[in-house]
Design a protein around this ligand. Structure first.
Ligand code: NAD
Length: 290
């Protein structure tokens, strides 16, 4: 069988997959591919599925299948899978890094030093210790972030529509997360329920000076409403790895104050690429029976 690796994976993955069939990353072989393996970059839409008539299995190395037209794939008899267990630590560490960078002004301090400025008085820091972190979504990544936040002396509360107990956070209503949190971190999938859930109305319920961290999906927030809240001072900072459109060309966030941006790096650790490889190999073993 032909296995098409459409996106970048660990360098050893093609060799590891060779036991299951012919491995290629040549997109002109799409028509021959029985297995299509993607990360976030390749969007598997109807046109792509139509161009892959032999395809029987699509694996997304990552959490969620929102970059794949799952219904259409299924209608063509194609199974769709992802590797949700692999990336939690990598994303939780990035969320934590974004959270701790904001009150410590790490980026502004570094930039100003290189501009020859000494902003010792201007850059007053605040501590995470004693603050409340509110999680929206406490699945795998939210859980790992909660553990790290508690180690820094934060209180952790969480709202999750589908989770009824947690060992690491007090579960509260969504409005309580908005009202009580000094930091809010988003960890839901992108669904019809979560699309645009952080908007002017929900921001109005948050504390003045709240910090928001988004490592889930850009479309969970309304970027213009975030930019307005940053401009008015209602929100003290927005740190994000994900955008309405990626790259975020023309986004109002690019001109708003106190925005910290990374280019969708959540899953991009060396260790995670190896874990993704392990998860993909395990899935192909099962699929091929080898
Ligand atoms: P998960 O499935 O373990 O957890 C998601 C949680 O969200 C679940 O507990 C679920 O009950 C909850 N949820 C669903 N709908 C909700 C709603 N309407 N309101 C409140 N909670 C709701 O997933 P995870 O592994 O923790 O990943 C979370 C998300 O992170 C993924 O769906 C993906 O979009 C994103 N992600 C981003 C990167 C990145 O590179 N930045 C990498 C991996 C995952």
């Amino acid at each position: 069988m032909v296995i098409l690796l459409a996106d970048a994976f660990a360098p050893d993955l093609p060799g590891r997959l060779a036991t299951f069939g012919e491995v290629t990353s040549d997109m002109s072989r799409l028509g021959d591919a029985e297995v299509l393996i993607v990360r976030s970059k390749t969007k598997v839409d109807k046109a792509m599925i139509d161009a892959a008539p032999k395809c029987r299995y699509i694996i997304r190395g990552g959490v969620g299948v929102d970059t794949i037209d799952v219904e259409y794939a299924k209608s063509k008899g194609i199974a769709v899978d992802n590797t949700p267990e692999a990336s939690s630590l990598a994303v939780a560490e990035l969320a934590f890094a974004l959270m701790i960078a904001m009150p410590n002004h790490l980026v502004r301090a570094d930039n100003s030093m290189k501009e020859g400025k000494w902003l010792k008085k201007e850059l007053e820091r605040t501590e995470l210790n004693g603050k409340t972190l509110g999680l929206i979504g406490i699945g795998r990544i939210g859980h790992e972030l909660a553990l790290r936040a508690k180690a820094f002396g934060m209180s952790v509360i969480a709202y999750d529509k589908y989770v009824t107990s947690s060992e690491v956070a007090s579960l509260v209503s969504l409005d309580e997360v908005y009202a009580k949190s000094d930091y809010i971190s988003l960890h839901t999938p992108l669904t019809d329920e979560t699309r645009g859930m952080i908007n002017a109305a929900s921001i109005a319920k948050m504390k003045k000076g709240v910090y928001l961290i988004n490592t889930c999906r850009g479309q969970v927030v309304v970027e213009q409403d975030i930019a307005d809240a940053l401009n008015s001072g209602k929100m003290a900072g927005y740190a994000t790895d994900v955008y309405n459109k990626e790259p975020p060309e023309g986004s109002p966030l690019l001109k708003a104050p106190n925005v910290l941006m990374t280019p969708h790096l959540g899953a991009s650790t060396e260790e995670n690429l190896l874990r993704l490889g392990d998860s993909i190999v395990a899935r192909l073993k099962k699929y091929s029976g080898k």
